[in-house]
Unconditional design. Structure first.
Length: 254
């Protein structure tokens, strides 16, 4: 039996989610809470496995409660419930956290339930805690130290320092490491906002590289530019990013 709590300051929001969850076998509702304070009281009585947490609440936001829960040795899984726009929702994807958009879609709810079942079955508490801490910290600093990459039922932590370069791949981004490439479902534009500009440099609309990987800039073919990295990768360079790349290199193109 998976125990869950609904936290939303609006009664219709709590009722809609409660009714939608009635079809989920093996899930038991512990409490409906209209504030973060009420949620703390409910969890003090009976620990929850999963919390459906509204982000935008008066007095104390859901984010503040999530930050507090991220410090627990084994935090409950949080499914953020939000009316945020697509840009803000990207933040959840970056850190491999689950979310539901209001009004709640039954298909999306079923997907979140499936992921929660898998995560709880594999007991991924350490990886999940790191992902949650990364998300709550990034909301303060707008920077991150690791990627939380979701696979089936699990979350892998990949330190940003291990990433040599990144490339857009549709709705995904490829994280190129020394020995492998990891596919992460998040837009490259969102990732760029969370990378330290002193460490990373965009060289093309589809590529961002670690500055200490930059080695050689060459002219190829019909006047196009190509960048060679220390790892051996060769990437196209956009004209709009050429000046900053030359500054990074410290010498003229060859």
């Amino acid at each position: 039996m998976i125990r869950y709590i609904i936290v939303d300051d609006e009664a219709p929001g709590r009722a809609n989610l409660r009714l939608a969850m009635q079809a989920q076998a093996g899930w038991r509702l512990l409490a409906e809470c209209d504030s973060a304070a009420a949620a703390r009281e409910a969890m003090a009585r009976t620990p929850a496995d999963v919390i459906f947490l509204d982000i935008q609440m008066p007095r104390e936001s859901g984010l503040e409660l999530a930050r507090e829960l991220s410090r627990l040795p084994a935090p409950p899984l949080i499914v953020f419930v939000t009316a945020y726009n697509t840009h803000a929702v990207d933040a959840f994807e970056v850190h491999a956290l689950d979310y539901l958009l209001k009004p709640i879609d039954d298909r999306r709810l079923a997907q979140a339930i499936e992921r929660a079942n898998a995560m709880l079955g594999l007991r991924q508490h350490d990886a999940y805690r790191a992902a949650l801490q990364g998300y709550t910290a990034a909301t303060h600093t707008q920077q991150m130290d690791s990627f939380s990459v979701r696979s089936v039922g699990s979350i892998e932590q990949i330190p940003v320092r291990d990433v040599l370069w990144l490339q857009a791949a549709g709705n995904y981004v490829e994280l190129h490491l020394a020995a492998r490439t990891v596919l992460h479902r998040v837009p490259l534009s969102r990732v760029e906002q969370l990378l330290r500009p002193e460490d990373f440099l965009r060289v093309h609309r589809t590529a961002i590289v670690r500055r200490d990987q930059v080695r050689r800039l060459s002219v190829v073919g019909d006047g196009r530019y190509q960048l060679t990295l220390a790892c051996g990768a060769q990437l196209a360079v956009s004209a709009r990013h050429l000046a900053e790349l030359k500054t990074c290199l410290g010498f003229a193109a060859q």
